[in-house]
Design a protein. Structure first.
Length: 143
C-alpha cells in the first residue's frame, strides 16, 4: 500500500463556486505536500420518478461533465504547473463514488454550499455523508 505522500488528494468538483474553492485549496495543499491531485466529477442520467424524461437527441451527460472538468483542470494546471492534476469523470451517485475513491486517497476535499441543517436533511449532504463514511481524512471548505 502506498504511503500518504504518494496517494492523491481527491477533490469533488461539480463546477459550483464552492467546489472550485475546494479545488483551489487542494491545489495549494498539493503544491506544499508534493502530492498528486485528483479532480473528480460524477454524472448520472437525470431521473424523474413516475414521469418520462425527455432529452435532446445530442444530450450526453458524460461528455458534458468531461468538458466541464477538462476546462477547470486546465485552469488549475496553468495556475499550479508544479503539480500533477488527474481529471476523473465517473458515472454514479456522487456520495458513493467519493466514498469509494476515499479508500485510495490521502485526503478528500469537498466544498460546502452551506444550505443549512434543514435543507441538508431534506436534500441530503454530499459532504456530510462523506465526512461520516470516508476511509481517509475529509476537509470541507466553505466558499
Amino acid at each position: 500500500m502506498a504511503d500518504n505522500t504518494t496517494k492523491p488528494i481527491v477533490v469533488g468538483v461539480d463546477g459550483s463556486p464552492s467546489s472550485l474553492s475546494a479545488l483551489e485549496w487542494a491545489a495549494q495543499h498539493a503544491e506544499l505536500t508534493k502530492q498528486p491531485l485528483e479532480a473528480l466529477t460524477t454524472w448520472q442520467w437525470p431521473t424523474n420518478y413516475g414521469y418520462a424524461v425527455a432529452f435532446e437527441a445530442n444530450f450526453d451527460p458524460a461528455q458534458e461533465s468531461t468538458q466541464m472538468l477538462d476546462e477547470i483542470v486546465a485552469k488549475v494546471q496553468a495556475d499550479h504547473p508544479s503539480i500533477e492534476v488527474r481529471p476523473h469523470v465517473i458515472e454514479g451517485d456522487t456520495r458513493n463514488v467519493l466514498v469509494k475513491r476515499s479508500k485510495e486517497a490521502a485526503l478528500l476535499v469537498l466544498g460546502s454550499r452551506g444550505h443549512g441543517e434543514l435543507t441538508g436533511m431534506l436534500l441530503g449532504s454530499v459532504s456530510g455523508y462523506c465526512v461520516t463514511h470516508a476511509d481517509c481524512p475529509v476537509l470541507v471548505t466553505r466558499h
